[in-house]
Design a protein around this ligand. Structure first.
Ligand code: 5GP
Length: 422
């Protein structure tokens, strides 16, 4: 066991002894137990933060440790639902907190249809035509009103984005979630937008991102976010780390932001980016994520495309389809008439790659959920939210934080980069 791990384990053991003495306050046993549990989590996270201050890490460097004896007889018995109580909207929810990203090939209507069957969540991308969205929502209203519990509409922070969001929300009062998404969550303009949307839609649950530190997480929650998205640079088709030299390793970023949330006493965090296998989802939970947003892991499926996927077949007969970042030249070309002008001042912080075509997403989803159940039984915790109590070790020989694992899977990658990026 390495020194760092020894420190974490020691601190974890100590944390359970650090509870305040609430007994003197004459509280009911339930309240007292709740306060003690909360203290234990905060204290534990503080200790972990102290221990990890000089050792930032990402999922590739983490391993969850088997520990407690599991009481589950079979993985099949593990329920992956998590209950949420959203502080601003005052709404309660329960779903499997794996969230399809609002990328235009991931947050599709077809993806939402499949994930909803599994009670998982989708952030619909913001490039759907409003007419098409409204038609889709009308069909859901007639067939499956519960459907609105499993998706958010997404928006940027321009005036045009606001008008579009307001229009869609007014036409479809059943909508329960809005995801406010900007690559850089450290902007005054984001605060203004969040305050405006919160004021206009007080009962709507709002996700806001992306950030990577406790203070900014707390700020966004205080001004109106029910959940904050965490992640700058970890995405499979993100090149921010190369283009701007900016980012934070995802594991430590989640630990930090989760600590902020618990310090505040309300709010949730969504880990966004960096999951390249099912195990990373459980690792994100162990770091303290309440929900986990996926892009690359859901890419390359039938549901990613409107109509038939454009499949490319390589010389071995393998099938590949395109997947690209939302800041890539490819995405700009698809969605913005003034693409060339935009590229003059902002550059491309995303790449376009080919990923293996995998057919219907349901098989992948089942595999991901299977992996999560497995993590729960190995670590002996009771459920996904409890994974944050699981112990883990940090490996020192992980990669350098540039997440190329999806891209490098493709033998056509080099050629493809050349073809698909500017
Ligand atoms: P993945 O699950 O593929 O690792 O990460 C998905 C996340 O990457 C998205 O939810 C989004 O936050 C981020 N992302 C998507 N496209 C781009 C891009 O072009 N540039 C950057 N910097 N991030 C992106």
């Amino acid at each position: 066991m390495n020194l760092l791990q020894q420190r974490i384990n020691k601190e974890k053991a100590k944390a359970t002894l650090d509870n305040n003495n609430y007994d003197a306050l004459n509280l009911s046993p339930e309240i007292s137990a709740l306060l003690k549990a909360k203290d234990a989590i905060i204290s534990l996270q503080q200790k972990q933060l102290d221990a990890l201050e000089d050792e930032p890490f990402n999922f590739q460097q983490m391993l969850l440790l088997p520990g407690e004896i599991s009481t589950y007889k079979s993985r099949n018995d593990v329920d992956l639902h998590v209950s949420f109580s959203f502080a601003h909207s005052e709404k309660q929810a329960s779903f499997i907190p794996v969230v399809a990203s609002n990328m235009d090939t991931i947050g599709t209507l077809a993806m939402a249809d499949v994930l909803r069957q599994k009670e998982m969540f989708t952030c619909l991308h913001k490039f759907h035509e409003t007419k098409k969205l409204t038609q889709y929502f009308s069909s859901l209203k007639a067939n499956d009103p519960k459907a609105f519990e499993y998706f958010a509409i997404s928006t940027g922070i321009s005036d045009q984005d606001y008008r579009r969001t307001e229009y869609i929300m007014e036409k479809n009062p059943e909508l329960q979630y809005i995801c406010v998404d900007v690559a850089n969550g450290y902007m005054e303009a984001l605060d203004k937008f969040v305050k405006k949307v919160r004021k206009r839609f007080p009962e709507t649950t709002i996700f806001v991102g992306n950030v990577v530190d406790a203070k900014r997480t707390k700020d966004l929650i205080e001004i109106g976010a029910d959940a904050v998205k965490v992640g700058i640079g970890p995405g499979s088709v993100c090149t921010t780390r190369q283009e701007a030299g900016v980012g934070a390793l995802q594991g430590s970023a989640i630990v930090d932001c989760a600590y902020g949330v618990h310090e505040l006493g309300y709010g949730h965090i969504i880990s966004d980016g960096g999951c390249t296998n099912a195990g990373n989802i459980s690792q994100a939970c162990a770091c303290g994520a309440d929900m986990i947003m996926l892009g690359g892991l859901l890419s390359g499926h039938k549901e990613c495309f409107e109509g038939e996927p454009k499949i490319k077949i390589d010389s071995y007969g393998k099938e590949w389809v395109e997947f690209y970042g939302m800041s890539s030249y490819k995405a700009m070309q698809n969605h913005y008439k003034d693409c060339e002008k935009r590229m003059e001042y902002r550059g491309s912080e995303g790449r376009a790659i080919l990923v293996e075509y995998k057919g219907p997403v349901i098989n992948t989803v089942n595999a991901l959920l299977g992996g999560m159940r497995s993590a729960i039984t190995y670590t002996g915790v009771s459920g996904l939210r409890d994974l944050r109590k699981a112990e883990y070790q940090i490996l020192h020989d992980g990669n350098n934080g540039l997440n190329l694992s999806l891209a490098t899977k493709s033998p056509l990658f080099e050629m493809n980069v050349h073809q698909c990026t500017r």
